[in-house]
Design a protein around this ligand. Structure first.
Ligand code: NAD
Length: 432
């Protein structure tokens, strides 16, 4: 297999985080600082912990992914970002209450030095938040220019070789794909004309693509999931990926649904409910933002179970997802699933899952992996939708000629096989 020419990961890699003061962002950043000092283990990170088989199967040779693949080192990451609140990353992390003060104090200086740039914000898109650290400009096109200026200054001031951008900002209200999102000229015109169909996340993403910076969409927002942005990412030779980190309940769904299907067990209903008390929970309490999340969470089961092929087993599934804002739990989400299944001759059974998780603890390693992998993609000359990164997302993006893959283990094989292809190794058809 031919090896792809990958540019060396030399110099510093800038990581621009939209929503840099949020729970996920600060947990990701503080955790990266802590682990690179050797004061913690990056649990959950494929790039830092997983191995991959190289050579022939019988050689039984395994290397850590970070040894086999020319990834940037976490020591070379430099963080920056935007938020609608002025707090530095230490103050913001204290507010988020995910990591203990003891842990945060291990990297206090680095976190205090991280001050957000003013955000592009429009309250029509996140009804529950009232931003105070926000850019002003006559048009959305001008705002985009202001973001480009931020990116260039960040790069120059920190002597960076490359930059990637990751959205860890709030979930925006539901937006349907419209005509303005279908072609690049229409999108540009809509930005110049201040169209209400242009969300702040699109302004950041457009600016990044124009600067050739990979863009990762961690929320279910429309943002880069539209033909205009697919075209633009191809034109600017920039990788894009999304949407919505796959961390808790949906990760379990994409493991349990394939189990039911491979055993030809039937499904009548799947009721999922959550309690969550962080700022994300508060934002999702707004019906518009919840609708965006709901769409993202609902697509999973149908895609895996293929009711059109198996109408007797999956033709009549009642699927419901609820998120309840419940402040006492803060970032410690509890997700319950009640799954009504049936077996031989249609006899009913039930499966109950109670996942007492920590939202941002699950999301942080995904952020690190996505940053390192999209930087790799850019250096390898890949552009457009990076479907090999579907492993990390609830609603993996795909263009009109492809379908999404949701099964976690198929996604994992695809991820590792892409890595193998990049370094000229044979692909394999089992999990290593
Ligand atoms: N397990 C998880 O935590 C998980 C999983 C999937 C998706 N997500 C998504 O990740 C995002 C972040 O989650 P979180 O728990 O950190 O939420 P959060 O509310 O703690 O953080 C979001 C941050 O974004 C900021 N923000 C909002 N709009 C902005 C804008 N236009 N520009 C710049 N900053 C902006 C907010 O001020 C806040 O600091 C959410 O959209 C959430 O739905 C999280």
């Amino acid at each position: 297999m031919e090896k792809i020419q990958i540019k060396e990961a030399k110099g510093k890699l800038g990581v621009l985080v939209v929503g840099v003061g949020g729970a996920v962002a600060t947990t990701f950043i503080a955790g990266t600082f802590i682990t690179r000092k050797g004061l913690g283990i990056p649990v959950g990170s494929i790039t830092q912990l997983a191995t991959m088989r190289v050579g022939k199967r019988e050689e039984n040779r395994f290397l850590k992914i970070k040894e086999a693949i020319p990834l940037a080192s976490t020591k070379d990451l430099v963080f920056g970002g935007w938020d609608i609140f002025e707090d530095n990353a230490y103050e913001a992390a204290r507010h988020a209450e995910v990591l203990t003060i003891e842990d945060l104090d291990k990297v206090k200086d680095e976190l205090q030095a991280l001050k957000p740039m003013k955000a592009v914000f429009d309250q029509n898109f996140v009804k529950r938040l009232h931003g105070t650290w926000v850019k002003e400009a006559p048009t959305k096109w001008d705002l985009k220019e202001a973001v480009r200026k931020d990116i260039r200054e960040f790069k120059a001031n920190n002597h960076l070789d490359r930059v990637v951008c990751i959205w860890c900002g709030s979930t925006e209200v539901y937006l349907k794909l419209g005509d303005v999102h279908r072609t690049l000229p229409a999108l540009q015109q809509a930005m110049k004309g201040n169209s209400p169909e242009i969300a702040p996340s699109m302004i950041y993403a457009y600016a990044c693509l124009e600067e050739g910076i990979p863009y990762i969409s961690g929320a279910p927002n429309l943002t880069v999931d539209m033909p205009a942005m697919w075209d633009f990412s191809a034109q600017t030779q920039t990788p894009i990926c999304g949407k919505d980190f796959k961390t808790g309940q949906t990760m379990l769904k994409t493991v349990l649904s394939p189990m039911l299907k491979t055993r030809m067990l039937g499904l009548n209903g799947w009721f999922s409910t959550n309690i969550l008390g962080n700022r994300d929970g508060e934002v999702l309490d707004d019906p518009g933002s919840f609708k965006t999340k709901e769409e993202s969470k609902l697509s999973v089961i149908d895609n895996i179970l293929q009711p059109d092929l198996y109408p007797q087993l999956y033709g009549n599934v009642y699927h419901k997802v609820r998120i309840n804002y419940y402040p006492p739990r803060k970032d410690n989400k509890e997700g319950w699933d009640n799954i009504d299944i049936f077996g031989w001759l249609g006899y009913p059974m039930q499966l109950k899952v109670d996942f007492l998780c920590r939202d941002s603890i699950l999301a942080a390693p995904l952020c690190l992996d996505l940053v390192l992998f999209t930087d790799l993609a850019k250096r390898a000359g890949l552009s457009g939708i990076q479907s090999w990164l579907s492993f990390y997302f609830k609603s993996p993006m795909h263009d009109n000629d492809h379908i999404a893959e949701h099964d976690l283990f198929i996604q994992y094989i695809k991820l590792k096989n892409t890595l193998r292809q990049l370094i000229g190794e044979e692909t394999i058809d089992y999990i290593d």
